[in-house]
Every structure is written in structure tokens, then in C-alpha cells.
Design a binder for this molecule. Structure first.
Ligand code: FES
Ligand SMILES: [Fe+2]
Length: 338
């Protein structure tokens, strides 16, 4: 296999929070299994509504919960001998009505349910979370539209894209790119802001859109970008969630919500004649399509690039060096517990 697009041979997965799914995609009583950061996990929601992620294999005799297991009340039930485990991983019942063996402890993962998504914590040395993704109020905002892609890439690479200012014009066709706020960092948080003009939904120079983006990055798995198009009075939030599947692939989920449009006429005089709910949905559809298109323009590069540790940076690049320095905090220098 050719070399991985990864910044770390020893630690393929950066520590941090990763999105597994939208909250509404995990209903009470539902159980799903998947691969996350090279491990098989199961994700379920108890009948009482608590989301939980555990190792996929039962600590009794190793059956896989994803093949015949189920949610039973506030527990997960193994298909092999009906042992049940609560959300802390404690075995609370065997299928024989006997005392649960104290050694039967199911490994659970740290989870958060925030901003409409379920997030899982990864730490290469198994340590508990030492920072959080902030809550953001969605009052006055639409639901979040999402779609996702499985790609050969890495969370550090896809996240680097938002500060790789040089490619904005080459890959995405943006012009007049300017830095509105220099990159700054605070622990696991990184922020920068840019302005540019980009092709509009209709072809032609005079339909170009002037946009301002404010990038909020929380670790390498969770970013959202506030986008404003002042001319039309449109504000959107664009989410970017790369979640590592294994050492080669990420599941890239993108999402968008739109702030309720106050003045539809500003967007387009014809839209001013329509009910505001319809206008919001039309603009969200069109903007989401544009967003998904822009993100997919990067795929060919991401899937085939390698990670260059000491890149030959040039004037005109964005603050890639600063970003990489900040990103180092999500890897250990040495492996401790494994
Ligand atoms: S293997 Fe799960 S209950 Fe026996
Ligand atoms: Fe890009």
C-alpha cells in the first residue's frame, strides 16, 4: 500500500471529538454497529433516550452485539447468552438468571449529544476528555441538512483545507480572497476569517457573490463555518465532520443550516412574493447544493495526496504552518497505555 495521507505513522487517529450521526438518526431502542478509528463499536439509544457507544464484542464470550443484539430497556442485550449491560458497561443480568460475573465489563466510550449530533471521544491512550465542543444555540435557525461521503483521507488533511487559502481560488474558483481575521488558537479551538467572491447560482460575472466566512475548528473532527452573504442578507452555518473509519478512510459528514431570512426581497425580488418558509427552504436547498459541490471539488486531491511533513510553503499559502503546529497537540509523542 502506498504511504498514508497521515501526519503520524505511530498514531493514525488524532485525539478529540468525532461526530457519529445526527441525534435524530438514533431513535430510542435503536442499535447500530460501525467501524470507528479502527475499532468495531456499537451505538445504541436506550428506551429512556440515553445514547451509548460500546465495544462491539461482548466481554462474556465475544459475540458481536451488532448481529442479533438489541436494546432492552436501559441496557444492551447480547444475542449469544442474553447477558445485559447498562450504559456504564456493568453486566446487570445473565440469560440464566444467575449472578452476573464481576469480570464481565463492557467497554464504553465517552459520548456527548450536542448541537443536534452525537459525538464520540477518541484518545490514543484511553484518557478521558479534557476539552469540550461548545453548545451553540440554534434558535432562529433551520434544521441542519446533512450528507456524507466515505473518502480516502484523514481528519487533519480535510480540516487543513479551511486554512489552505491558496487552493480557494485554484480549486474552488474564489477570487479577491482577503484575510478578515488572522488565525488564532485557544487550546483545542482555532479561529480564522476570510472574505472572497465566488461564482453565484446563476452564471456570469455580475452574479458573483461576495461572502465572508468565520471558521470555528474544535479539534480535528469538528468544525463549523459561519458564512455571510451581506448583499442577500443570508447567513448559513456549514458543518464539517471528518470521522476516521480506519487508518485509510474517513467518513466526511457535511451539514448546513440557514438563519431565518428577514427580507426575502433582498435575496431576489421574485422570492419576496413567496411565503417566508418557502423562501428559507429554497435558499437552503440551493446553498446546500452549492456547498456540497464546493466540498466535492476537493475529493480528487484529498484521495490521492500524501502528507508532506516539511512542506515547501510559498507566499500566497494560508497559515498552514501555524495550523500544523496547533494540530500537534492532538497526538502523543509516545504511546503510554497500549
Ligand atoms: S457472549 Fe455475550 S452473553 Fe455470552
Ligand atoms: Fe477546499
Amino acid at each position: 500500500m502506498e504511504s498514508l495521507p497521515t501526519p503520524s505513522k505511530l498514531f493514525p487517529y488524532p485525539n478529540g471529538w468525532y461526530v457519529l450521526c445526527k441525534s435524530e438518526e438514533l431513535k430510542p431502542g435503536q442499535l447500530d454497529s460501525r467501524k470507528f478509528a479502527g475499532q468495531e463499536i456499537v451505538l445504541f439509544r436506550t428506551e429512556g433516550g440515553i445514547p451509548c457507544a460500546t465495544d462491539a464484542h461482548c466481554p462474556h464470550l465475544g459475540a458481536h452485539f451488532g448481529f442479533g443484539g438489541s436494546v432492552e430497556g436501559e441496557t444492551i442485550r447480547c444475542p449469544f447468552h442474553d447477558f445485559c449491560f447498562d450504559v456504564n458497561g456493568t453486566c446487570v443480568k445473565t440469560g440464566y438468571g444467575t449472578k452476573p460475573p464481576p469480570k464481565a465489563i463492557l467497554k464504553t466510550h465517552h459520548l456527548r449529544e450536542k448541537n443536534g449530533f452525537i459525538l464520540i471521544w477518541f484518545d490514543a491512550n484511553g484518557l478521558a476528555p479534557n476539552w469540550e465542543v461548545p453548545e451553540v444555540s440554534n434558535e432562529g435557525w433551520s434544521e441542519i441538512r446533512t450528507t456524507d461521503f466515505d473518502l480516502r483521507s484523514h481528519p487533519q488533511e480535510t480540516t487543513e483545507n479551511s486554512v489552505d487559502v491558496g487552493h480557494f481560488s485554484i480549486i474552488h474558483g474564489y477570487s479577491d480572497v482577503e484575510t478578515l481575521k488572522e488565525l488564532k488558537t485557544d487550546g483545542a479551538y482555532l479561529n480564522a476569517s476570510y472574505g472572497f467572491s465566488r461564482p453565484g447560482l446563476l452564471k456570469g460575472e455580475r452574479n458573483r457573490i461576495q461572502a465572508e466566512i468565520d471558521i470555528h475548528v474544535h479539534g480535528l473532527g469538528y468544525s463549523f463555518v459561519e458564512v455571510e452573504v451581506p448583499k442577500f442578507g443570508i447567513k448559513t452555518r456549514q458543518y464539517v465532520f471528518p470521522t476516521p473509519i480506519d487508518g485509510q478512510k474517513v467518513n466526511l459528514k457535511i451539514g448546513m443550516s440557514i438563519k431565518k431570512i428577514e427580507n426575502s426581497k433582498k435575496v431576489n425580488p421574485i422570492l419576496g412574493l413567496l411565503p417566508s418558509r418557502l423562501v428559507n427552504s429554497i435558499v437552503l436547498n440551493a446553498s446546500f447544493k452549492g456547498y456540497a459541490h464546493d466540498v466535492s471539488q476537493d475529493f480528487k486531491v484529498w484521495e490521492n495526496k500524501v502528507y508532506i511533513n516539511s512542506p515547501a510553503l510559498a507566499k500566497g499559502d494560508g497559515p498552514v504552518g501555524k495550523y500544523r503546529q496547533w494540530a500537534r497537540q492532538f497526538y502523543y509523542d509516545k504511546q503510554e497505555n497500549q
